[in-house]
Design a protein around this ligand. Structure first.
Ligand SMILES: [Zn+2]
Length: 398
């Protein structure tokens, strides 16, 4: 009855690895069952590597794809940010071409959903004909309270363009405003964003560099170099005497799911505090790791083992082509395994699939091989750090 059957050395179902099993789907990829190999019958297609649900990339900046190989590795974050904000004037056609290439790369390597940061609507046309589910995070930068109202109006218009372009798609894309980082969003802007994002999935870059804490603890530090580019001689932010995370998380209390991205300098005590705060306030936190980007920019690794041991929900992102060699969750998996060998492979695969789908609130259709879901099929070689989307059409050959 048009069923498709797949076997592999191992099948990962979103939770755990299985051997000697066969995955059965309907012709359109809707999951039917996982059965014993002996009970699968004929016309079973063999897949190389680990057969698993489509991968979820929780943090990307598709619109920066033209910055591939433009900023050298290991410059340090502050120098990197200064480069990103000053390297402008790329031709619009080149920007579109690189966005398209990056979208195709992700689709081909089996990524089925992306949490994608943008300051513009440059990606709208490519996303409108994409097979990937896009959670668009339209990122607000607004250094001072005086600019808060205008900034929200400006980014809301980018957001409306994205929404409009994607409104005819059959995929459940979503678009909403998010804060960029503790070092680029003023208190009034944070308060307005809290009101504007009730019950939504949002994201914020968190503690990517130690100077972020210094900014809130003493009002000084390396970020002053970035502010100079924007014409500010002093930090525009309140000195709270607290870390950046403790200073900004309390702005949020409207039932949001918040992806905290990077967490490179976050301590165990802070993670515990943040999880407790979130519980108390009815918000949900997801800790997003972008380990290749951390290696690219700062040559640092995030606290992977600590997050794992604390039982915190972890998801994975590639970040952008301005700070990565490829947009591949498989490559992130390989690097995570090398730097955090204490974390079981099953756990990392779970982060890359079902946990990512939960974070983006698409676990009703993506992230695991459960009957009725249509999560996409991917083959993964975790040693090589490569993955591929498995096309369904080839599979219908008996
Ligand atoms: Zn980022």
């Amino acid at each position: 009855m048009g069923m498709l059957k797949f076997k592999a050395a191992q099948i990962f179902d979103g939770h755990r690895l299985w051997e000697n099993k066969v995955l059965i789907t309907q012709a359109d990829g809707t999951i039917e069952a996982i059965v014993e190999e002996a009970a699968a019958g004929e016309s079973v297609r063999h897949v190389e590597g680990i057969l698993m649900p489509g991968l979820v990339n929780c943090h990307c900046h598709l619109e920066l794809s033209h910055l591939k190989d433009v900023i050298a590795p290991h410059t340090g974050l502050i120098e990197f940010l200064c480069s990103v904000v000053t390297k402008r004037n790329f031709p619009a056609e080149l920007i579109q071409e690189k966005i398209k290439e990056a979208e195709q790369e992700m689709a081909q390597n089996g990524i089925v959903a992306v949490g994608d940061i943008g300051n513009t609507a440059d990606t709208a046309a490519v996303k409108a004909s994409s097979s990937i589910c896009w959670q668009n995070f339209v990122e607000v930068l607004s250094f001072t309270d005086e600019k808060a109202a205008d900034a929200i109006i400006h980014y809301q218009s980018e957001l409306n363009q994205l929404k409009q372009s994607l409104s005819n798609s059959s995929l459940p894309h979503r678009s909403n405003l998010v804060p960029h980082a503790p070092y680029s969003v003023s208190p009034e802007t944070f308060r307005r964003l809290n009101e504007a994002t009730q019950e939504q999935v949002i994201s914020i870059h968190n503690q990517e560099h130690p100077a972020e804490n210094e900014l809130y603890q003493q009002g000084g530090g390396d970020y002053l170099r970035l502010f100079k580019i924007f014409g500010m001689d002093r930090s525009p932010f309140p000195v709270t005497g607290l870390s950046s995370l403790r200073s900004i998380l309390p702005y949020f209390d409207r039932g949001q799911t918040i992806l905290l991205v990077h967490n490179t300098c976050s301590t165990q005590e802070e993670i515990e505090w943040a999880n407790e705060y979130a519980n108390k306030k009815g918000i949900r936190l997801q800790f997003c790791l972008c380990i290749n980007a951390n290696l690219y920019i700062e040559n640092k690794i995030p606290p992977v083992g600590m997050l794992y041991r604390s039982g915190s929900p972890v998801v994975i992102g590639t970040d952008s082509y301005s700070s990565n060699w490829q947009l591949s969750i498989a490559s992130e998996i390989k690097t995570l395994r090398r730097h955090a060998p204490e974390v079981p492979l099953e756990t990392i695969l779970h982060w890359a699939t079902l946990q990512g789908a939960r974070a983006l609130q698409w676990d009703n259709r993506l992230g695991s091989f459960e009957k009725g879901k249509k999560p996409g099929l991917t083959s993964l070689d975790p040693e090589a750090g490569t993955s591929q989307r498995i096309p369904l059409s080839l599979a219908s050959i008996s």
